[in-house]
Design a protein around this ligand. Structure first.
Ligand SMILES: C[S@@+](CC[C@H](N)C(=O)[O-])C[C@H]1O[C@@H](n2cnc3c(N)ncnc32)[C@H](O)[C@@H]1O
Ligand code: SF4
Length: 382
C-alpha cells in the first residue's frame, strides 16, 4: 500500500482573522482534553483500517495548533509513530502563531517530536498587522522566529502580500526583513478575499480595494526574484525552499499521493481495498467530537473518487508545482494516461503560447502559465 501523510486539524483560535476561511473557531474555554481524546480515537480508527503503512509526515494544522499543550502533541505523535511505520526521516510540522505565550511552548513541542514549525507571521508592518486583525506584533514575530531557529531543525513562516495600498517598494522592503530572518522555507501568499469572511463584507461595501492585477503580478514576480537571490527556490505557486527543504507533507497533496486527515473538517484521499476514496469529517468541533464518541469517527462523507475526478484533482494540484506533473506518477494514481485526460488542442495551444511545456516524462506549467492556472485548468481538463 502507498506511503501515508497524516494531517491533524486543531480547530480553535484566540480570535478570528477577518481574511480567514479555514475551519477555525473561537471559544471562551477550549475543550482541549475532550478534543484530544477524540483526535486520538480517530487516529486509532484510521490506523485500524489502513494497517501499518509507512508514515512520511505528520502536520498539525489549524486553526492554531500552538494553543495545544505540548503533552497532548506528544501523545498524538506517540500514537501515530506506534500505529504506523514511521519513515526514518519523518517530517513533523506544527503551525504556530507568534505570540509570546505560544513561543514559550516551542521547546515542549520539540521535545514531543516536532521537527519543523510553520509560523503565521503575515506581515512585519504594524499597520498591516492591525488591518489583518492579528494578535501579535512584528517584534513578537521576530522573537518567535529567532527562538524557533535555535530549537527546530526546520522552520517556515507565512506572509500575506498584495494587500490594500501596498507598493512594490514597500513589499520589497518587507521581504528583505523576512529574508533576513528566513531559514529553509517561506510561504508567501497573495491576499485573497474568501466568501463569507469579514473581509468579503468590507470589500463588497467598497471599504478597501486590492492592488490592480498588473501591480499584483509585479509583486508576485518581485517575490520570486528576491527569494531566488536568497537561495529559496519557488517550488510551488506560494512556497519557497532551499533545495531538499520543500514541505514534504504539502508535496503529498500537490503530487496527489495518499493522506489521512483527522479532526473536524479534515479531508483525506486514501487508497483502500476497493480503490481511492475521498473522506471528509463534520466541520463543527463539538458535533464532530459527538460523532467520534458515539461511533469512533467523525467521518461524514466517504466516497470513491471516480477516474474523471482523479484526473482533474491530480491536474489541479500538480500544475501548481514548478516541476509539474510526473506522467508515470499521474498514471499510477489515476489509472489514466495524462495525455488521455486533457484536451490535446488546448494543450498544444497552451504550449505554443508559452504556458505549458511537455516532455516524455513531465507536463509543466511555465512561470507565465502558473499565473493563469485558474483560466487554463478548466479548459485543459476534459
Ligand atoms: C491555517 S492558516 C495559519 C495558521 C495559523 N493559525 C496562523 O494564522 O498563523 C495558513 C496560512 O494561510 C494564509 N491565509 C489564510 N487565509 C488567507 C487569505 N485569505 N489570503 C491569503 N493568505 C491566507 C495565512 O498566511 C496563514 O498563515
Ligand atoms: S489565520 Fe490562523 S489565527 Fe487567524 S483565524 Fe485563520 S487559522 Fe485562526
Amino acid at each position: 500500500m502507498p506511503d501515508l501523510a497524516l494531517y491533524i486539524h486543531w480547530p480553535f483560535c484566540l480570535s478570528k482573522c477577518p481574511y480567514c476561511d479555514f475551519n477555525s473557531h473561537v471559544r471562551e474555554r477550549i475543550p482541549q482534553a475532550r478534543m484530544v481524546a477524540a483526535l486520538r480515537a480517530e487516529l486509532a480508527f484510521e490506523a485500524a483500517r489502513l494497517g501499518t503503512r509507512r508514515l512520511t509526515s505528520i502536520f498539525f494544522g489549524g486553526g492554531t495548533p500552538s494553543l495545544l499543550d505540548p503533552d497532548n502533541v506528544a501523545a498524538l505523535i506517540g500514537d501515530a509513530l506506534r500505529l504506523f511505520e514511521p519513515a526514518d526521516d519523518i517530517e513533523i510540522t506544527l503551525e504556530a502563531n507568534p505570540t509570546s505565550i505560544e513561543a514559550a511552548r516551542f521547546a515542549g513541542y520539540a521535545a514531543a517530536g516536532v521537527n519543523r514549525v510553520s509560523i503565521g507571521v503575515q506581515s512585519f508592518d504594524p499597520a498591516a498587522l492591525r488591518f489583518l486583525g492579528r494578535e501579535h506584533t512584528a517584534g513578537q514575530s521576530q522573537a518567535a522566529i529567532e527562538l524557533a531557529r535555535e530549537i527546530f531543525p526546520r522552520l517556515s513562516f507565512d506572509l500575506i502580500y498584495a494587500r490594500p495600498g501596498q507598493t512594490e517598494a514597500g513589499w520589497r522592503a518587507e521581504l528583505e526583513v523576512a529574508l533576513g530572518l528566513a531559514a529553509d522555507h517561506l510561504s508567501l501568499y497573495q491576499l485573497t478575499i474568501e466568501p463569507g469572511t469579514k473581509f468579503a463584507t468590507l470589500y463588497d461595501r467598497g471599504e478597501f480595494t486590492l492592488p490592480e492585477p498588473v501591480l499584483a503580478a509585479t509583486l508576485y514576480d518581485a517575490t520570486a526574484e528576491a527569494a531566488a537571490a536568497f537561495g529559496l527556490r519557488q517550488y510551488e505557486i506560494s512556497n519557497y525552499a532551499k533545495p531538499g527543504r520543500e514541505s514534504r507533507h504539502n508535496c503529498t497533496y500537490w503530487r496527489y499521493l495518499d493522506y489521512a486527515g483527522i479532526g473536524p473538517g479534515a479531508h483525506g484521499r486514501l487508497t483502500l481495498a476497493d480503490g481511492l476514496f475521498a473522506t471528509s469529517r463534520h466541520r463543527a468541533p463539538e458535533a464532530w467530537a459527538d460523532l467520534v464518541e458515539t461511533r469512533g469517527t467523525g467521518v461524514t462523507v466517504e466516497e470513491p473518487v471516480t477516474p474523471e475526478q482523479r484526473a482533474r484533482e491530480a491536474l489541479l494540484m500538480g500544475l501548481r508545482l514548478t516541476d509539474g506533473i510526473e506522467l508515470s506518477v499521474y498514471e499510477s494514481r489515476t489509472g489514466t494516461a495524462l495525455m488521455d485526460a486533457i484536451d490535446q488542442d488546448i494543450m498544444r495551444a497552451a504550449v505554443d503560447e508559452g504556458y505549458l511545456t511537455v516532455s516524455p516524462t513531465h507536463l509543466v506549467a511555465t512561470a507565465e502559465g502558473r499565473k493563469r492556472l485558474d483560466a487554463l485548468l478548466p479548459a485543459l481538463a476534459k
